[in-house]
Design a protein around this ligand. Structure first.
Ligand code: FAD
Length: 405
């Protein structure tokens, strides 16, 4: 084992996040898995506590809202820094050790909030403070290929008129605004894709239906329709200019900050499974001995050691991607590496833990079966594993998205 240590300044914070995850998330985990689409009201109290701590500067949220790149001079050349990206990742790991679906349901901590935190101007950041924002990219005609967006945004005076349909929007029903990706001009390709903060109170945006899912059942997943929805022009995130040189880079920048968060979700969920299976194995008399080669130990012990090593590598990549963001280093490739590795390891570890526990693993008396269902989505959304591998390959081979697809 590598035994990575939590940076000293975050140790107390991580401990507190773990207690919160235990008391608010883990304890309600099964309840809201069974009661799909029911609002997890226990989270309201937790969200207000987190808001209070954020306002007083004691915390940077449960995860999603903290992912802003510092542009002050606190990052001196050659001086390492652990900042908001690292604390967000560490917090998300603990919360998803508690419950992934409930973390995704946390008021004011949506994936749209990460987008706002990543790319909004200071003025927008202030104006959207306190909103709960979902993120709507996917459409009926595409998933992975976000350049294929057909939702349109047409400038009309001091507003944009949005039309289109978005599917699989996490927190789409419960959030009070949605960060909608739309094209200003389909003929201009990727460069014309912009994101807009669309308050759900506006006329012309509606939730069409909710999905039933394999896992993360406590999280609502909505279909959202935009029909002549008039959105104030100042709600466009980033620059309104269509910069064909920059292409998609502006919109995609969000992912450099959010992919490590989704990797952190997978790391947290897999750790829950590892801890549970370790207890079950030890109760069954299996000895896990780090001082002897795995090859001479029982199959269960050897499998556990191998899973733990894989998990450590996913954790290391996740921390590295967050650290790079905190230190203003370009991290697109590392963010994708972390997401690909952690997504895959999350799936493999949680399912293997079900297998090792046999009938207990498959039964609802344990949480193992639930964690294996919950972890599947973490290898799919924010870019599937295959898409992350494609991004890494493009970076390594220095090829464009047209040259390698
Ligand atoms: C529970 C849930 C929540 C979600 N939340 C959100 C959300 O909040 N906001 C949002 O916008 N979207 C959300 N999504 C959508 C999610 O991001 C997409 O499902 C994902 O991007 C994959 O798209 P797809 O399902 O259309 O699969 P496809 O793109 O059709 O891919 C199908 C398979 O082909 C593979 N594939 C595709 N292209 C390539 C390629 N070039 N090379 C190799 N393999 C390839 C994929 O990896 C995948 O295995 C959510 C989805 C789910 C299930």
């Amino acid at each position: 084992m590598i035994n990575l240590e939590t940076p000293k300044k975050f140790r107390l914070f991580v401990q507190q996040a773990n207690q919160v995850a235990d008391n608010f998330l883990r304890s309600n985990s099964r309840k809201y898995d069974l009661a799909e689409h029911e609002y997890p009201k226990e989270l309201d109290l937790l969200a207000s506590l987190i808001d209070g701590m954020s306002d007083s500067g004691q915390s940077q949220g449960a995860g999603a809202t903290g992912v802003r790149r510092d542009d002050d001079d606190s990052v001196e050349k050659g001086k390492i820094k652990n900042g908001t990206n690292m604390s967000s990742v560490l917090s998300v790991i603990e919360m998803c050790w508690g419950d992934v679906g409930l973390l995704l349901s946390m008021p004011r901590q949506g994936l749209g909030n990460s987008a706002i935190a990543s790319v909004a101007t200071d003025e927008q950041l202030e104006r959207f403070k306190g909103t709960w924002a979902a993120m709507a990219i996917t459409e009926p005609s595409f998933g992975s290929d976000s350049a294929a967006i057909t939702t349109t945004a047409v400038k009309d005076g001091d507003a944009y008129i949005l039309n289109g349909e978005k599917i699989f929007v996490t927190s789409g029903e419960r959030a009070d605004s949605v960060v909608v990706w739309a094209t200003l001009d389909k003929s201009m390709g990727r460069a014309a894709i912009k994101s807009f903060v669309v308050p759900k109170s506006l006329p012309g945006i509606r939730v069409e239906r909710l999905e039933h899912k394999l896992g993360i059942r406590s999280s609502d997943t909505a279909v959202i329709v935009l029909e002549n929805c008039r959105v104030p022009a100042e709600n466009l995130l980033g620059s309104p200019e269509i910069d064909t040189k920059q292409g998609f880079a502006g919109a995609m920048a969000t992912f450099d900050n959010t992919r490590p968060l989704v990797a952190a979700m997978a790391v947290g969920c897999a750790r829950a499974s590892l801890e549970a299976i370790r207890e079950l194995l030890e109760e069954a008399g299996v000895v896990i001995d780090y001082d002897r080669p795995a090859s001479v130990q029982s199959h269960a012990a050897a499998t556990f050691i191998q899973m733990e090593a894989d998990w450590e590598s996913a954790l290391l990549l996740t921390l590295a991607a967050a650290w790079m963001a905190d230190n203003r280093e370009p991290n697109s490739m590392e963010a994708s590496m972390a997401k690909a590795k952690a997504g895959r390891i999350g799936n493999e570890v949680t399912l293997r833990c079900v297998e090792l526990a046999g009938t207990l693993g498959y039964s609802e008396t344990e949480m193992l079966e639930k964690w294996s269902r919950d972890s599947k989505i973490l290898d799919i959304f924010e870019g599937t594993q295959q898409i992350q591998q494609l991004i890494v390959a493009r970076r390594l081979l220095n090829l464009t998205s047209t040259e390698l697809r």
